[in-house]
Design a protein around this ligand. Structure first.
Ligand code: SAH
Length: 213
């Protein structure tokens, strides 16, 4: 795995930056130290990997901004052994952070080219989600449900009903809702039929695409 003292230094700067922005969960900060974000973007741009910015990856998609990954992960409240479903694997960076935190990760990507390249990267870096599925995130993974947490990393116009049904009681879904910009929502299932909704400010994601898109 390619790394260097310079890249490690940049990674530490990024972590200080995240601390300044209010991320104080030690496990999440450690994950950002251990997961080499530069390997998840194009090699020619590796020094951009440690700016706190989203960055283009293939297929017109983006790797989420580091703060956004840290913040969504914090809201998800991941404990070792939690079963977590991620929608929108993309570069695989968010999945890698979840694996590092000790979660059992199930992740879905609907773009076949990204699915193939990220599958290869996971193998190369020995990052092992329990399941990496090429498919439609709106459907979730009924056979593997229920989940302790569901994290959606693309902007969804509304809360997908199927995904709500796949949460355990006490399970959390962290999902950006909206078209051009999104409001970060955390939805907690408090009983079979009751959900608690909290919101956490504005973010900007690529859209969660529907079958017809
Ligand atoms: N978690 C990613 C973020 C990638 S951007 C990372 O850390 O890099 C969002 C991703 O969601 C894109 O790869 C896009 O192809 C994917 N996506 C969009 N709509 C989807 C859907 N309906 N089901 C699954 N993935 C979807």
């Amino acid at each position: 795995m390619y790394d260097s003292p310079k890249l490690l230094g940049l990674r530490k700067e990024l972590i200080n930056n995240l601390i300044k922005k209010g991320i104080n969960n030690k496990n999440i900060l450690e994950a950002f130290l251990k997961v080499p974000r530069h390997l998840f973007i194009h090699k020619d741009f590796e020094s951009f990997a440690y700016k706190d910015e989203a960055f283009p990856i293939d297929e017109n998609q983006t790797i989420s901004q580091p703060f956004t990954v840290a913040f969504q992960t914090h809201l998800l409240n991941v404990k070792k052994g939690d079963k977590i479903l991620e929608i929108g694997t993309g570069s695989g960076f968010q999945s890698a952070v979840l694996v590092f935190l000790g979660a059992d990760v199930y992740t879905i990507e609907r773009n076949h080219s990204l699915f193939r390249s990220t599958s290869k990267l996971f193998k190369k870096l020995n990052i092992n989600p329990i399941k990496f599925k090429y498919g439609d995130g709106y459907e979730g993974l009924i056979d593997d449900s229920p989940f302790d947490g569901i994290i959606v990393t693309a902007g969804s116009p509304s809360v997908p009903e199927n995904l709500l049904k796949q949460l355990k009681i006490g399970g959390r879904m962290v999902i950006p809702i909206g078209k051009d910009t999104q409001v970060m929502n955390k939805i907690t299932r408090i009983s079979i039929n009751d959900f608690k909704k909290e919101t956490f400010g504005y973010f900007k994601f690529v859209p969660m695409l529907d079958k017809k898109d």
